[in-house]
Design a binder for this molecule. Sequence first.
Ligand SMILES: [Zn+2]
Length: 458
Amino acid sequence: MNAELLITNASLITWEKPNRILEGQALLVGDGLIQELAASAELERRYPDVERLDAGGQYVMPGNICAHTHFYGAFARGLAIPGAPPESFLQILQKLWWPLDLALDEEAIRYSALVCLVDAIRHGTTTLLDHHASPNLIPGSLDILAGAVAQAGLRAVLCYEVTDRNGEAGARAGIAENLRFLNRCKQLHTVGGGGSRIAATFGLHASLTLSNRTLQACREAAPQGTGFHVHVAEGDVDQSDSLSKSGVRVVERLERFGMLGPDSICVHAVHVDAREIALLAETGTWVTHQPRSNMNNAVGIGEVEAMLRAGVRVGLGNDGFSNAMWEEWKTAYLVHKVWHRDPRRMSALDVAQMAIYNNAALAERFFPGAALGVIQPGARADLICVDYHPFTPLTPDNLPWHIVFGFHESMITTTIVSGQVLMKDRQLQTLDEAAIAEQARQIAPRVWARYAQNVGLY
Ligand SMILES: [Zn+2]
């Protein structure tokens, strides 16, 4: 074992099951993994020569995981949508997202990823599952993202969203990009002995922009055992479209094409019925919940608690909102209460189940060989330090409520992935935030100008 780092004077939040909070601890990190945890004084005595990181009594916990995001949407910040505001979810796609992703060139793809990765490091999100679209530059686009992720040092699962909205050639190029990148990652994992921080899945936009023919082509192209990452029933329109195309609802349609299963991710699942929930549970398919996005798009709020009770594995994503996952915790905690007008809805325990345990199990599908999202010997050393001073007792039992009401991402001082320190005392170590923001501000007006030309195409 190659000892790399000794994190001392830590209050550990392990997120084991059951969770533990242990004070005065140290963590020995080596080969990208947590090797030992014990009383700080003991490990300091046993490993006098290993580089130290003094946590100064801060909470040290596993980094946050985001189960669904879109780096490509970064330049939407501050963008004005011309004409009348979108009136529906479909119009939001047609007036905002589709003209915007069409406006991305190589530099814009790279910088939209980099600004999101800065945000993720700063806000302690160490693993991200991204869903990419750039119809004017499809081949190699996932390599551009992978290059940015490697530069940042974060962990990410990448895919390209196949869709028919850019014609047959666009759909074919999307399939080819997924296959090429899946193959590249397979080699990376072989060469890197499973130590790679980049993995791949097969992306599909959504049932409503995919013909039966394209779905069949994706199924035939994807190697056995590959999962699909697809938006499902985000708006009602996805269901009416699926019924008219195939006579069955969206989840059943995907099931017919063999696209459900324990490596597949159905994003949102806002408008699914009892049979679809049962299918998701029976097949072990993942669902991800993005409450900020659902509120913003006014698509409604999915029956997340019912899905969890039915045995569906639901994780928490951000759909391109800030990579501050506790914000997503807070929104999930609040929105189900007002949506149902019932303060008993969405316990913080359910939020923790999604954001901690389910997200970790989902991420481990793509990074097999060591545990993620937990502090225990042998787990991956993806860690954050949190400068939180609770003024009421903090226990493993009430921690989820402390996170909802007390934790804030500005308290995160240090971010570590695979034992590599990406932010130390709030100073980024791998990315130059000011230079990246400056360059992004140079690029954004050109992206916005192309976007303005594209509005009206859909
Ligand atoms: Zn999405």
